[in-house]
Design a protein around this ligand. Structure first.
Ligand code: 0X9
Ligand code: ZN
Length: 810
């Protein structure tokens, strides 16, 4: 409203050029752009936005999309068969230079905030949210509450505007709200009720650099002024950043999301205030199109019912530009307007639990005539932000403070509600740094809350919410740790005692082998007993003890004590047991075991024993001990393993000095894939090879240990098991298969032992997909003396490449 000397003619000139030159050739960013109207449906408008057109708004009454377009973009519209009309510079449409100059620019807004803070020092404080942007402006907020300089724990409402620079009406609304709440405090009981009982934060201009550019240079500018590449602040927030084709990765585009989530100083400012203040409700103004929107920009929120209830309640009373209430398009952003990712409300709601809304104000323009629309718009929008002030104060909700029961200090505990499960990657809701939490509730409903914090006993509360706020403060505690823990070593025993903790029903004695743990539970002791003897334990080993008391949850550790008992060292090594069992695909039927070394406490040396069984629950003992006295950390078992059997192993360690063996519970199993007796099993119809494998490929045959054979082949696609058929030839026609080896996997390697053929005799092999209808591999022959490929077989039998094993391969 104030008169600025220099920038005005510049704006007027830029506008004149803009309005007169819609057909000028496109000249990259900064080329003149026109605000045009295109008659399309709302859904078609969303498609235009998705396709990169700068959709400034949608006039649902007129059925017109408003597009800010370069000459090139106007041509593109034409090529889509869309006719456009230049938006009228008069009444409703704009933008119009005369109207724009009346609007509040960011410097005027800053000065206005100064005036308000000076006039109402107990009510209003101007707070710098971001001092460094790109072109010299700053992001300011005004905090409005009674005794604004004193800390308080009143609920918070956050109002913001002008994420998008050109949406100048939105800043008028925040300006009006600031004026209303401060100037009427002394005389208006309703205002006093809000200001006395709430913290109202207003960010009148989120994007002041961009806004200043609108007033000085380009009235259609939307983004911030990030040097080289303006960023759409309302696509830069971290939740859903770049997630659903609702933004652009291109610098020049009007919905450029920036190079990283939260990269922009304006975005950071809003997010930081949201994080610190934890508003229950937030309202973000945009223009235009007459929408009431809530999260998400990419999907429906889990709390959609309650979010929608709030929005519909407002829709019923909020008056549109046509003078009638109702008829605002209301719903989640993604389905109501268009997919938009990285928007402010999604981060406010998804990350901080703020019930955040967007209002797109005005029916037909982001810069309607100031004279015609400014006052009526801000007056009508009082209904909206006052609605949210009332909701913040009186809506059914659960709120409270989580503290440490002992110290009273706030705890940022996790707070969950059984009735609400989040499915969009939301982090658990937490109380803020002051221990404050909130949850919007349905009226007359019961909720089950859980408060948890590491080191504290988890608390639950059942809360019956009525028609207003329910306050549930929770003090989280934990039992005190026992004091006075003492340890007296005996012979293979340690006597422990400690001081009683009042009211505690149980103590838990923990023992470790190193200072500071890790500890394992040694014994629970029911109160009132305050001592126990830990026995038998090993002599000559230093043990470390702590005791915790238990009442709903464990206390912290008592002070640690240690003791070194007398008597023989009986301690088994500390050992995690078998670490891996693998079946190497070599020609010797082997399972390979490995383990991490054990630690001996009685002097060692450590050796290992290997036990083997055929079920995972076998009990290691002398009957199944297969190796002992092993000094290394691995073992290869190739003793009489049989096909199709999974073998299970337990490895134990033995201290050579004490003879004590550990009793770890680790069991691992594997199935060997070595050369097994060539056996008969049923895998469906035997194959009839169509052709032989050429010499050397794709199926090759090598001699394994003894009479074993190792075939190498190209694995089939898919995850089929393979089998090998073997028999006497010739392959051509009907081979006489005498055996089949099953369950080879699809590894490209098959090792088995067909025995030695009769002198001068030949064996032929075919690898097939097991259980597959079609044969699918290669023919190769084997004779007992040498492994040669019969030249006469080439081209006549066997089959080639892994073809069609399951009918699904490419
Ligand atoms: O596209 C936007 O950012 C908003 N429309 S506007 O015409 N003002 O640009 C819609 C905002 C939806 N809100 C969020 N995604 N947070
Ligand atoms: Zn906007």
């Amino acid at each position: 409203m104030t008169v600025r000397p220099a920038p005005l003619p510049v704006a007027a000139l830029a506008l004149a050029a803009l309005l007169l030159a819609p057909a000028a050739p496109a000249a990259g960013p900064g080329s003149p752009r026109s605000f045009v109207k295109v008659a399309v449906t709302e859904a078609e408008a969303a498609v235009l936005a998705r396709d990169g057109f700068d959709l400034a708004g949608y006039d649902r009454e007129a059925g017109e999309a408003g597009i800010v377009a370069t000459a090139g973009e106007l041509e593109r519209l034409g090529r889509r068969g869309l006719c456009w009309t230049l938006a009228d510079a008069g009444e409703a449409a704009g933008p119009a230079a005369a109207a724009l100059s009346d609007y509040t620019d960011p410097q005027e807004m800053s000065a206005f905030l100064d005036q308000v803070a000076a006039a109402y020092p107990n009510l209003a404080k101007k707070v710098l949210l971001q001092g460094v942007l790109f072109e010299g402006q700053k992001v300011w907020a005004l905090k409005i509450t009674k005794d604004v300089d004193l800390p308080n724990e009143r609920p918070v409402f956050l109002l913001d505007a002008q994420h998008h620079a050109r949406e100048v009406m939105t800043a008028e609304i925040t300006r009006d709200a600031v004026d209303y709440l401060t100037s009427r405090y002394a005389t208006d009981a309703q205002v006093r009720n809000w200001v006395d009982n709430l913290n109202v934060w207003v960010i009148p201009v989120v994007n002041p650099d961009g806004a200043m550019y609108v007033f000085t240079t380009d009235p259609t500018w939307r983004k911030n002024r990030h040097t080289g590449c303006g960023v759409d602040n309302n696509r830069n927030y971290s939740v859903y950043w770049g997630a659903c084709n609702g933004s652009s990765g291109l610098c020049a585009d009007e919905t450029f999301r920036g190079t990283a989530p939260d990269s922009e100083p304006e975005t950071q400012a809003v997010e930081a205030l949201t994080q610190e203040g934890r508003p229950l409700f937030a309202l973000s103004y945009h223009s235009y199109g007459q929408y009431i929107l809530y999260s998400y920009g990419c999907a429906d929120p889990d709390e959609k019912v309650i979010l929608d209830g709030i929005a519909q309640g407002l829709n019923g009373i909020l008056v549109k530009d046509n003078g009638a209430p109702g008829g605002w398009a209301t719903g989640p952003i993604w389905s109501t307007i268009y997919p938009a990712d990285g928007g402010s409300v999604d981060t406010q709601y998804g990350r901080y639990g703020t019930y955040a809304y967007v209002i797109e104000v005005n029916s037909a323009s982001f810069q309607p005539s100031y004279a015609v629309y400014r006052d009526v718009t801000v007056q009508r929008q009082r209904t909206a932000w006052q609605y949210f002030l009332d909701k913040t104060l009186t809506a059914p909700q659960i709120r409270g403070k989580v503290t440490d029961a002992g110290t009273g200090q706030p705890l940022a505990a996790a707070v969950s509600v059984q009735e609400v499960s989040f499915t969009h990657g939301e982090q658990p809701r937490r109380a803020d740094a002051r221990g404050l939490y909130h949850w919007l509730a349905a009226a007359n409903a019961t909720y089950h809350l859980t408060f948890s914090m590491p080191g504290y006993c988890t608390e639950t509360r059942t809360v019956a919410v009525g028609t207003g706020p329910a306050t549930v403060d929770v003090a989280l505690g934990y039992p005190a740790a026992p004091s006075g823990l003492a340890a007296a070593p005996g012979t293979n025993s340690v006597a422990l005692s400690w001081n009683a903790v009042a009211g505690v029903p149980e103590y838990r004695v923990y023992r470790g082998l190193a200072p500071g743990g890790p500890y394992a539970l040694a014994r629970t002791v029911a109160a009132p007993a305050i001592s126990m003897t830990d026995a038998p334990v090993s002599g000559q080993v230093t043990y470390y003890y702590v005791v915790r008391s238990y009442l709903l949850c464990e206390s912290p550790d008592s002070a640690e004590v240690s003791a070194r008992p007398a008597g023989p060292c009986t301690m088994a090594p500390v050992f995690a047991g078998v670490g891996s069992v693998t079946a190497p695909l070599n020609s010797t039927c082997t399972l390979s075991l490995s383990w991490a070394p054990a630690t001996a406490y009685c002097g060692g040396p450590v050796t290992y024993r290997v036990y083997r069984g055929t079920s995972a629950s076998f009990v290691p003992g002398p009957a199944n001990l297969i190796a002992a006295g092993l000094a290394g950390t691995g073992y290869a078992d190739h003793a009489a393993l049989s096909n199709g059997t999974t073998y299970y192993y337990v490895v134990c360690s033995v201290d050579g000095s004490s003879g004590a063996e550990d009793a770890n519970a680790a069991v691992l199993g594997a199935m060997p894939r070595g050369p097994l007796p060539f056996q008969t099993c049923t895998v469906g119809a035997a194959p009839v090879p169509k052709e032989a494998s050429p010499a050397g490929a794709p199926l090759t045959c090598a001699k394994g240990a003894g009479s074993a054979v190792v075939l190498a082949y190209t694995p089939a696609c898919g995850a089929l098991d393979t089998a090998v058929y073997g028999g006497t030839g010739p392959i051509a026609g009907a081979p006489g298969w005498s055996a089949v080896y099953c369950g080879l996997g699809n590894t490209g390697r098959a090792a088995f032992d067909p025995g030695t053929p009769a002198p001068g005799g030949w064996l032929y092999f075919v690898v097939v997909g097991q259980n597959a209808a079609k044969e699918g591999s290669y023919g190769q022959r084997f004779d007992g003396a040498a492994y040669a490929e019969r030249p006469e077989a080439a081209g006549v039998a066997g089959c080639d490449r892994p073809q069609d094993l399951a009918g699904t391969c490419p």
